[in-house]
Design a binder for this molecule. Structure first.
Ligand SMILES: NC(=O)c1ccc[n+]([C@@H]2O[C@H](COP(=O)([O-])OP(=O)(O)OC[C@H]3O[C@@H](n4cnc5c(N)ncnc54)[C@H](OP(=O)(O)O)[C@@H]3O)[C@@H](O)[C@H]2O)c1
Length: 304
């Protein structure tokens, strides 16, 4: 199964409803677009604008209708939201753009502390301006640490009531955060770091989301411990063996494995490379066998 032998289609992994918005389970993460090399660093090397725009348009052509972004995804010369606006506006019907608010970055790229409820409103407005929209489809409250989220999530719930936001989610959270937020307003998704070898608490949260009918949206499913620096390219023998069996790449196996964790799991692999994009969308059609899943499951439990 390579990008040469199968026509990539994001729909091949089926769909999931984020509230009243149905998306293909295979989506796209925009964090890699503003730069080449590590993301979210102050002196990141800006990516070629036309390449980033081409990747976004190709993603939509391949059926991607769920794009994850944030106003804090920027390099000195590029912003993910601006690239999305330039590439895709006027936005096609059915395209769901999910963004995140929480701790922002100042103009030099330094991380700021958690936003106050009032600052969160400003971040929502910043996303609206950059994306050129009158409302946001989905806003995730991104959380750092274990402090309660009621004030911040409550502020977003008010913006939802006011019609600026259609649906709310959470990112980088614990089960306690999910319970706290869900008592305030519906939580349609949880976006957390997850992939082969993730620790048991992420596994438990993935399952809890499935039981509640909440989408679980992994990030760093390919990058793993490389996190914002990106994939290290070092792969365990189990991933290589499964990849060989299917004529797939390790990245495709990693994406497919997350999609096999439950129908509520959505993939948002990030790339600025057109060939990687095509391969990642093709992973929606990769069906792992029971033998593959046993091998990767053993690796997951051993590494987690
Ligand atoms: N909520 C949060 O706190 C949070 C944090 C981080 C990310 N996110 C979101 O989650 C999305 C996914 O995370 P991510 O972009 O960091 O990580 P990822 O999807 O796990 O992996 C991206 C890394 O893998 C490489 N890669 C992608 N496709 C590949 C392929 N087919 N073959 C080989 N290498 C490949 C990319 O490099 P190339 O560019 O060279 O392909 C990049 O280094 C982000 O884009 C962002 O939207 C959210």
């Amino acid at each position: 199964m390579t990008s040469q032998t199968i026509t990539p289609a994001a729909a091949a992994a089926g769909t999931w409803a984020l509230g009243d918005l149905t998306v293909n389970r295979l989506g796209f993460g925009a964090m890699r677009l503003p730069q080449t090399g590590p993301a979210l660093v102050r002196r990141a090397v800006p990516r070629d604008r036309e390449q980033a725009i081409a990747v976004l348009r190709r993603a939509v052509d391949l059926g991607v209708d769920h794009i994850d972004t944030a106003a804090f995804y920027f390099s000195p010369l590029r912003s993910a939201n601006e690239l999305i606006n330039r590439a895709l506006a006027p936005y096609p019907d059915g395209l769901v753009i999910a963004t995140k608010v929480g701790p922002g970055r100042d103009r030099s790229g330094r991380w700021l502390p958690h936003a106050t409820p009032e600052q969160l409103r400003g971040q929502v407005e910043e996303n609206l301006r950059q994306l050129g929209r009158d409302h946001l489809d989905l806003v995730n409250l991104r959380v750092v640490g274990t402090d309660p989220v009621a004030d911040r999530f409550g502020a977003l719930a008010e913006l939802r009531e006011a019609g600026l936001i259609r649906h709310l989610g959470l990112s980088n959270v614990t089960a306690a955060h999910l319970a706290e937020a869900a008592a305030i307003a519906p939580v349609v998704c949880v976006q957390n770091p997850y992939g082969i070898g993730s620790p048991p608490e992420q596994e438990a949260l993935l399952r809890a989301c499935g039981e509640r009918g909440t989408a679980f949206v992994p990030f760093y499913a390919i990058a793993g411990p490389g996190r914002q620096a990106g994939s290290t390219g070092e792969e365990p023998p189990e991933v290589l063996a499964v990849a060989r069996r299917h004529g797939a790449s390790p990245a495709q196996v990693r994406i497919a494995w997350t999609l096999h964790r439950g129908p509520h799991v959505l993939a948002i692999p990030g790339t600025g490379d057109p060939d990687h994009l095509t391969a990642n969308v093709a992973a929606a059609a990769l069906r792992l066998t029971a033998e593959d899943l046993a091998l990767l499951g053993a690796l997951h439990h051993r590494a987690g």
